[in-house]
Design a binder for this molecule. Structure first.
Ligand code: ZN
Length: 409
């Protein structure tokens, strides 16, 4: 009967934990101020901040946090035009540091001011991701006011230079190198239906195929000069064959490594022999692949094309973010899932991360587990961004609850 007593005890114990989690949840929930959260999002959205021009919105966030009584640091991360914002909340007891990290820049599209309507906030950055940052700020306030953090600390960071192609993540990379990094990170990008555990790395490339002579009428074409259009077509064919080979390296969750051609341009009119042909596309790779090797391999194939076709080929390679893996054995994953059960009634199913984000940098540069989880939202990278206010409140609670379960060891 010993096993029966043991399992009865563990059941009682589990019940006590569940019960305690629900009590913590209710305490935290009672302190979330929905109006204050919405106001914070609106105050961030109303300051235009296209990537690279994030100073004013970072100043606004710093002022909001300062008015709340937090001590605000402004590390520039090598980008003095728009210093980042950092705030620490320490429990005063030993434990882990959970970081909330967000970007304050938005894609370069016409600015749309904030509106609060029908339970949603709209405007530039409403979805991607100023409202998510506001939810993280609300979680920080609630953690301070509740005194629920039994150990460890919170580090909130917000920065510029996220959105490609205007930004390349340099500022965050520098912040990580300078030590503005926790033991685990939550990022409020608008992904909420699954827990992303794997994602591909990505780079963009642009190849310019040229011959030496000027553009001429096709009947005057020098017979000893190669056709740049034929060379461009050859490149497309080679990349298609290569892409098929890469398809064999598929991961069941995040798909296959790939090389993709998105644009090809050559010529001005039908009977002119053009001087150049350019192509642009992407290259994606799976975790475990060395990104420098990926670039070397690509450049070698381009050099081979030049030599085989008698053309000159120039290749611009733009690294975006490295591949991503979430270590599912890390304690932050269990804390996050227990929080999700308390807040939303169930654990999140695992899934892929369909895009690259700053979580990839935390993993690739510092080996720090990063969970991308944000509000129900839409219209990212369009002029019609929106976010659900109800879900922002849920995210604030989810972040605060995860911190309580994770930080105290
Ligand atoms: Zn984003």
């Amino acid at each position: 009967m010993a096993w029966l007593r043991t399992s009865a005890r563990s059941l009682t114990c589990r019940y006590a934990i569940v019960h305690e989690n629900l009590a913590i949840r209710e305490h935290l929930r009672s302190l979330i101020n929905r109006e204050r959260l919405v106001e914070t999002a609106v105050r961030l959205i109303e300051v235009p901040s296209p990537t690279g021009k994030g100073r004013a919105v970072a100043d606004r966030l710093a002022a909001l946090l300062g008015d709340d009584g937090f001590t605000v640091e402004r590390p520039d991360g090598g980008y003095r035009s728009a210093p980042a914002v950092a705030v620490r909340l320490a429990s005063g007891k030993p434990g882990r540091t959970l970081q909330f990290n967000g970007h304050l820049d938005t894609v370069h599209l016409p600015f749309v001011g904030p509106r609060v309507i029908n339970g949603q906030i709209t405007g530039s950055g409403a979805s991607d991701m100023k409202s998510g940052v506001a939810a993280a700020v609300e979680a920080l306030r609630v953690l301070r006011d509740s005194g629920a953090l039994g150990g460890g600390s919170i580090l909130l960071t917000a920065h510029d230079l996220h959105e490609a192609p205007w930004g390349d993540g340099r500022q965050l990379d520098a912040l990580i190198t300078e030590g503005y990094v926790g033991d685990a990170v939550l990022l409020p990008e608008p992904l909420h239906g699954s827990l992303p555990v794997i994602g591909r790395g990505s780079a963009t490339w642009k190849v310019n195929v040229q011959r030496t002579g000027p553009p001429v009428h096709e009947v005057m074409r020098p017979l000893d000069e190669p056709s740049v259009i034929a060379a461009g077509a050859e490149l497309v064919a080679r990349l298609a064959r290569w892409n098929a080979e890469l398809g064999a390296l598929a991961n069941p969750l995040c798909g296959a490594a790939s090389v993709f051609v998105g644009q090809i341009h050559a010529g001005e009119i039908f009977n002119q022999y053009p001087r150049e042909c350019w192509l642009e596309g992407t290259r994606r790779w799976l975790p475990g692949t060395d990104r420098r090797e990926v670039e070397r391999d690509f450049r070698a194939r381009i050099a081979a094309l030049a030599s085989d076709t008698g053309t000159t080929v120039d290749c611009r390679w733009c690294f975006i973010r490295d591949a991503f893996v979430l270590d599912q054995a890390d304690p932050v994953v269990e804390a996050f899932q227990r929080a999700n059960t308390a807040v939303s009634g169930a654990r999140l199913p695992i899934g892929p991360k369909p895009f690259v984000d700053d979580g990839n940098s935390f993993w690739a540069l510092a080996g720090v587990p990063a969970i991308t989880h944000g509000p129900k939202a839409g219209g990212q990278h369009t002029v019609e961004e929106w976010v659900s206010v109800d879900d922002l409140v849920r995210v604030a609670l989810q972040y605060a609850m995860t911190a309580v379960l994770y930080c105290a060891q």
